[in-house]
Design a protein around this ligand. Structure first.
Ligand code: PXP
Length: 256
């Protein structure tokens, strides 16, 4: 079965917020993505509101009939917004104020009670809960113990080494992580696959995302355990040149 695609439209709001004006419209972007065949819409309501605003989330929920996934940090402020707006799903993410983008998965092991409490409050409001985590077995087990319905595997490291600028790309020299482990697309893929298989075996739905492109998504799309992708930056970047509808269609083709 082909995995679902939720298009992350944060960067439509990034362009709007560059001028603090009314265009481009996040609502119109959601309509175009869904019209092109996307299965859902994902937005990240960050604490600093650098792109998506509270009103965007409210409008998406009230004006667009679609599967809505909202990424947010497990803070009281964000849980209160989510339980009021009631998206279909919330993805709990780690958030650092000065990061350019989400830097990695949530450390569920070391923040277990906070995460578990957030999951309980969201699920009590009828919201499905996903946790964005690194492909690490202990983190996945902790996510299940915290009551998550789903995990989203962070594909950032895999994505980084598949970029054309990466030394491992097209016969380059393999890179090494901080702890000296040699990184290559193949080792990252096998790490992601082992993580996906473990998650599925303990009853979690498996999603993946971060840094995925029409080029690097195919290897992940071949993993039957992965049921959903959340992809934003590449689609919006491509849309600058070919339009949003075509950019979404290209990604659907790459996944299928
Ligand atoms: N999933 C999560 C949890 C994210 O934080 C992001 C980035 O906002 C994405 C997926 C999408 O990543 P990208 O924009 O690189 O496709």
């Amino acid at each position: 079965m082909t995995a679902k695609l939720n298009v992350n439209i944060d960067h439509v709001a990034t362009v709007r917020e560059a001028r603090k004006t009314i265009e481009p419209s996040v609502i119109e972007a959601a309509r175009v993505c869904l019209g092109a065949g996307a299965d859902g819409i994902t937005v990240h309501l960050r604490g600093d509101r650098r792109h998506i605003q509270d009103a965007d989330v409210e409008q998406l929920r009230s004006e667009i009939d679609c599967y809505l996934n909202v990424e947010l940090a497990a803070t009281d402020e964000m849980i209160a917004i989510a339980t009021r707006v009631r998206p279909d799903a919330v993805s709990l993410v780690a958030e650092n104020p000065n990061e350019i983008t989400t830097e990695g998965g949530l450390d569920v092991v070391n923040n277990f009670e906070t995460v578990k409490n957030a999951v309980e409050r969201l699920k009590a409001a009828g919201i499905s809960v996903s946790i964005f985590i690194d492909p690490v077995i202990d983190q996945i087990t902790a996510a299940a113990r915290a009551g998550a319905d789903q995990i989203e595997l962070c594909t950032a490291e895999y994505a980084e080494i598949t970029l054309p600028r990466s030394p491992t790309h097209e016969g380059g020299v393999a890179a090494a992580s901080a702890d000296g482990v040699v990184l290559s697309p193949a080792t990252e893929l096998s790490r992601l696959h082992a993580a996906a298989a473990h998650a599925k075996s303990i009853g979690l739905i498996v999603a993946a995302g971060h840094g995925l492109t029409t080029t690097n998504v195919a290897a992940l799309a071949r993993m039957p355990e992965i049921e959903e992708f959340n992809i934003g930056h590449h689609i919006i970047s491509r849309a600058v040149f070919v339009g949003l509808e075509k950019a979404v269609r290209e990604m659907i083709v790459a996944i299928s």
